[in-house]
Design a protein around this ligand. Structure first.
Ligand code: ADP
Ligand code: MG
Length: 378
């Protein structure tokens, strides 16, 4: 049974009647452009085949019934009120819709997902965007994809309390099959760049390390604040406004403790532009070294990597990968690896062996195929 069919079946079992529809939104993996969205820069994510499915039906009594296959029990709250635990995410979407003036009432929701949670693959954005799209469908709101991305980001920031950028929600809402999304996070404008991996004999692997280091949340906020402080010191709105050509004088103009942050963001924006140009030219193999350079910068300059991610990257590259980097916010989560199709099994094995030798828990390695963004599936 597909996950979409499972969602509809489980909805009927839970609520005793059929749903009005099923809406899906994918997780994502970011090819390159890490921590640039916190600085209004550019990113290049792709949607994964892994998605979150929301089966839903409107309710006339203004109450939300929230149920997930991943959590016990049904959470009941008035539409617009906060909800505890995981249900904070869908409740936050309704709250944000109300703030935007949308006439959204109650709903019965059932959630099924095959996006790994807490693996840096954006299960939170998938849940938010799938919920927003479901409510858009139930209440005929006619929201554009970019509106849904903005709204989901605002919901996560303001009503769940996660100070994330806009990349994850936009990737989930706006990606298309077979493409990476070259996104300008200041203007929410984008280009769909073809990613014909299989046609070129290539594969993109995701290595889910299975770890999340607890320091992550605090360190994430510290990096964000440091970037904003550097922008203020330079008199620009965001570090996006520092051109690569002006990196050296800009570096001299900020306090030493902010230099690694500044350098990473400015160079990472340039790496995104370089990789976007290579995808436009169809030269996918040449992307590899940019990924590895990005990882080095995140490890040594921005300092958000961890031993598991560093080992995944080092082992993959030593086994012949074209390039590799951590993806997502770091401190655990996943790495992304570009490999020749013919060498993919060997690289996967090398990473698993390296983890075993280091005494790390076994990583999950799977291919990332650029899949569709959010959509109605039933
Ligand atoms: P990531 O987005 O990288 O997977 P987050 O910590 O941002 O990690 O989001 C994970 C959280 O999102 C979970 O702890 C849970 O609260 C919520 N979540 C995601 N998917 C689901 C789901 N299918 N059912 C219930 N909660 C979910
Ligand atoms: Mg998340």
């Amino acid at each position: 049974m597909t996950t979409a069919a499972r969602a509809a079946t489980a909805f009927r079992a839970r609520y005793g009647t059929g749903c009005a529809g099923v809406w899906a939104a994918p997780g994502r993996v970011n090819l390159i452009g890490e921590y640039t969205d916190l600085n209004e820069g550019w990113v290049l994510p792709l949607a994964l085949p892994h998605a979150t499915y929301v089966a839903a039906r409107p309710r006339a009594d203004g109450v939300l019934h929230l149920h997930s296959a991943a959590a016990p029990g049904v959470v009941r709250v008035r539409a617009g009120d906060p909800a505890p635990g995981w249900a904070a995410y869908p409740a936050a979407v309704v709250r944000a819709l109300h703030e935007a003036g949308a006439a959204v009432g109650g709903a019965d929701l059932h959630v099924e997902s095959d996006v790994p949670t807490g693996a840096g693959l954006s299960s939170s954005a998938a849940l938010l965007v799938a919920t927003a799209l479901a409510l858009d469908g139930l209440y005929g709101l006619g929201l554009a994809r970019e509106d849904i991305a903005r709204l989901a980001r605002h919901a996560e920031n303001a009503h769940v309390g996660v100070p994330c950028g806009v990349m994850d929600q936009t990737a989930s809402a706006c990606c298309t099959e077979g493409h990476a999304l070259h996104l300008d996070t200041r203007h929410l404008t984008y280009r769909q760049l073809p990613l014909p991996l299989a046609a070129q004999g290539l594969r993109l692997l995701v290595v889910d390390t299975g770890v999340t280091h607890a320091v992550g949340a605090g360190e994430y906020a510290r990096r964000r604040d440091g970037c904003h402080e550097a922008a203020r010191a330079l008199g620009v709105r965001a570090l996006r406004d520092v051109p690569y050509e002006e990196l050296e004088p800009a570096t001299a103009a900020v306090p030493p403790r902010l230099r690694g942050l500044l350098r990473h963001v400015v160079e990472e924006n340039r790496r995104v532009a370089a990789v976007a140009a290579l995808l436009t030219a169809g030269d996918l193999r040449a992307v590899g070294p940019w990924l590895t350079a990005g990882h080095r910068s995140l490890r040594d300059g921005f300092r958000v990597s961890c031993p598991e991610l560093d080992l995944a990257v080092a082992a993959a590259c030593a086994a012949g990968a074209l390039g590799a980097r951590m993806t997502g916010a770091g401190f655990g989560g996943s790495a992304v690896v570009l490999v020749e199709e013919a060498g993919a099994d060997e690289v996967g094995r090398a990473v698993r062996d390296a983890f075993a030798t280091a005494g790390f828990r076994p990583p999950r390695v799977f291919p990332a195929v650029a899949a569709a963004g959010a959509r109605r599936v039933a």
